[in-house]
Design a protein around this ligand. Structure first.
Ligand code: WT7
Length: 705
């Protein structure tokens, strides 16, 4: 990670010269009047003097079977435990406790991608029945019990939250893998989590096509077996219950149609298992610096408290609202802000199966109009896509949002303004929520009823979260200095992950080693959490996130490790060396480009580009597919033989390659530049002039072996 840092230093002055303050926009009075949080006294309550006790306010939103005795246990930093001694069940908190008051209220309204297929409304009562029956199946047919891990590989379908909540009811740890990921990627996560049960689906709709999903289960099981983990049972939900809709055959004695099995569990009830607050609730894998994804382990009590509190105050969900988080449950956004947070505050949520622009870019606004959605939550990549393909669509539909969220990537101020003016019709408040798989919930955002918005900035730290920007030596970068640095969180909070599953050393190393000065310290102040993002802080305290400082590329809000991409490329027989770099993309933010050199005896004629693209789609998933695969005689290298990814990134993005005279092979740079840039000019793919901080972010990768 160190090689990226000197690059950051070099760019600081450039960033400073580009820094431009955007206007500040106050929330509308109508919003403030109804907001769940509009009392400024909350800032005093969440002042550091009251740390950690202020987080009781979030925990008190839940129903506990047993009260905790210690709010924050710091006996083994940085493994912090929240609400120690407390016991609760997540499925009880999301479902059972709402029945008395709201059993007929819709928990989910599921919208299929085909527009003529009716919606499915799942009331809290129905959710309760289905979660219980499925929990009974998991317990009695699969033999699962508290602490076991189960892998889910499911698309956006109500059976996914049913399966998650059924696991939670038993204390079984679920690990949902994004449905768009390949069978191989799923298999690797099965191995890491040692799951013996895989829950999947036969098929689902995406962009007008019914995709075969079951085939991925077969690949996943085979991949897991190679890694030494045997999957005993594959549970297959059907997209059309009673009608198996995949060309891939079921495997006798291993694969089971869930609806067939459920016949034996009709009406069964399972008592929610009372779990210690610190019991793991789920794993969510994410990319980092090495090729192996990290299993972020989230707790039951701390996590659920944090997502309940932030759903209530930041998403401003009231019982009468219709909330639509247009994200996939397969990512942390969906876990926290479609399933656990909203259900714990008794929301009605919309689930949508497909792509935003199917069959046309008016689709989201038709759904919003028809269902009366008034809270809308999505990512900049979707906003950009809708803005490009249907800039005037929103005004054709009669919907009104009171609140909108943007999440997952930095949003350009122009795109923010379109979201505000056109999608939000100048009525909705916007929260730009900065957070991560690791953090469980929002860590940087405005509190919508109390703090003004600023396009392109996420805002200050969330309630009780104290971010700080540190330079390479651990000194604080002052607000308003116009300098970027590593944004860290100086205090623990309940939503933060507990560890990397099975690899506590990597947890300490990745997130804490750089800024911890005393590994034996029991004082939480000595353990700032390094987020891996670069950021700047304005004089008013608002943060602007510049992007990742580690070897991660954020493609349409999805994190991809450069090492994962490179190892996938290297599985192609012909490839000798591979380097992945981020390229600017108008819609997706960044896309990966792969540079390769070939082993002797191979040539470009061997369809290298096709082979590499297929390998990456196959091994990681179609979202990781590079936009270009460039085949070069040789790649720019340092004298010690490391590939200069920073130089390659500059070439891909038409930026200044800088001084290359110290390279082992400076002449290669010009050859590669000519090849890449002339091809892009010809194809009309020259990027616009990029702001300096974007350039710095694109070129942050140093030399890599
Ligand atoms: C990375 C985390 C947050 C849940 C979905 C993604 C980037 C996230 C913002 C934002 C600027 C953002 C960061 C972060 N990011 N939200 N509002 N503004 N950048 O979770 O896959 O773990 O990715 O997404 O770079 O580190 P993730």
């Amino acid at each position: 990670m160190t090689e990226s840092n000197d690059n950051m230093d070099v760019s600081e002055s450039q960033i400073a010269s580009h820094w431009r303050e955007e206007e500040v926009i106050e929330p509308k009075a109508g919003f403030v009047a109804q907001a769940n949080m509009s009392d400024p006294a909350v800032f005093d309550r969440f002042g550091l003097d009251n740390f950690p006790e202020y987080f009781r306010e979030y925990a008190d939103l839940l129903s506990w079977d047993q009260d905790w005795h210690t709010t924050l246990d710091t006996s083994n930093p940085p493994f912090f435990n929240w609400f120690l001694g407390g016991k609760l069940n997540a499925s009880y908190n999301c479902v059972d406790r709402h029945l008395a008051e709201a059993k007929n209220k819709a928990a989910f309204i599921w919208v299929a991608e085909p527009e003529d297929e009716g919606d499915r409304v799942i009331t809290y009562q129905e959710l309760y029945v289905r979660v219980n029956e499925f929990a009974a199946l998991l317990r009695d047919f699969c033999g699962l019990k508290a602490g076991d891990r189960v892998t889910l590989h499911m698309p956006m379908i109500p059976e996914l939250p049913v399966a998650m909540l059924a696991c939670a009811r038993l204390g079984v740890v679920h690990s949902q893998v994004f449905g768009g990921f390949s069978g191989n990627a799923c298999g690797d996560r099965i191995v890491d989590s040692e799951s013996h049960v895989l829950i999947t689906m036969d098929s689902y709709y995406r962009n007008g096509k019914l995709l075969d999903h079951k085939v991925k289960a077969d690949e996943a099981v085979a991949q897991a077996e190679k890694g030494g983990v045997k999957v005993d049972k594959v549970l297959v939900w059907e997209r059309f219950p009673g009608k198996y809709s995949s060309p891939t055959p079921m495997v006798e004695g291993r694969d089971y149609i869930v609806d067939d099995l459920l016949k034996d569990f009709r009406g069964k009830r399972v008592d929610p298992v009372s779990m210690p607050a610190e019991a793991p609730l789920f794993l969510m894998y994410t990319s980092g610096t090495t090729a192996k994804p990290k299993g972020c382990q989230h707790s039951t009590g701390g996590y659920l408290s944090y997502v309940a509190g932030t759903s209530k105050y930041y998403q401003d969900i009231h019982p009468e609202d219709v909330y639509w988080c247009f994200a996939d449950i397969g990512w942390i956004t969906g876990h926290s802000y479609i399933v656990y947070g909203p259900l714990s505050v008794q929301a009605t949520s919309v689930l949508y199966e497909g792509v935003p622009t199917f069959p046309d870019p008016g689709r989201p606004w038709r759904i919003a109009e028809r269902l009366g959605v008034n809270i809308f939550h999505t990512a900049p990549t979707t906003i950009r896509m809708l803005r490009k393909s249907g800039p005037d669509e929103p005004q054709k539909y009669d919907y009104h949002f009171k609140h909108m969220t943007t999440v997952g990537e930095p949003i350009e101020p122009e795109v923010w303004r379109w979201y505000h003016e056109v999608v939000g019709k100048n009525e909705a408040v916007i929260v730009d929520t900065w957070w991560q798989t690791e953090t469980g919930g929002f860590i940087g955002t405005t509190l919508p009823g109390l703090q003004a918005m600023k396009p392109g900035s996420c805002g200050p730290g969330a309630l009780g979260i104290y971010p700080v920007i540190l330079d390479e030596d651990g000194n604080e970068v002052e607000p308003g200095s116009g300098k970027a640095g590593n944004i860290c969180i100086s205090n623990p909070w309940p939503g933060f992950m507990q560890t990397i599953y099975g690899d506590p050393d990597r947890f300490v190393e990745t997130y804490f080693a750089k800024y911890n000065k005393n590994p034996n310290s029991k004082d939480w102040r000595d353990w700032p959490y390094m987020t891996g993002d670069g950021a700047m802080q304005a004089a008013d305290g608002y943060f602007r996130i510049v992007g990742r400082i580690d070897d991660v590329i954020n493609v349409a809000g999805h994190r991809l490790g450069t090492k994962e991409l490179e190892s996938a490329a290297l599985t192609v027989e012909a490839i000798g060396e591979a380097a992945a770099v981020p390229a600017y993309d108008e819609l997706k933010g960044r896309v990966p480009e792969i540079y390769v050199s070939l082993k002797p005896g191979y040539s470009v004629d061997d369809d290298i580009e096709g082979q590499v693209k297929r390998a990456i789609s196959q091994i990681i998933g179609p979202i990781a597919r590079p936009s270009h695969v460039w085949v070069a005689e040789d790649l720019p290298k340092t004298r010690s033989g490391k590939i200069m990814r920073r130089v390659i990134a500059a070439v891909s993005n038409f930026m200044d390659v800088g001084d290359t005279t110290t390279l082992a092979n400076p002449e290669v740079v010009e050859e590669v530049r000519l090849m890449v840039q002339s091809a892009k000019v010809k194809a009309g793919q020259v990027p616009p002039n990029l702001p300096k901080e974007v350039q710095a972010e694109l070129m942050r990768f140093g030399e890599e072996s």
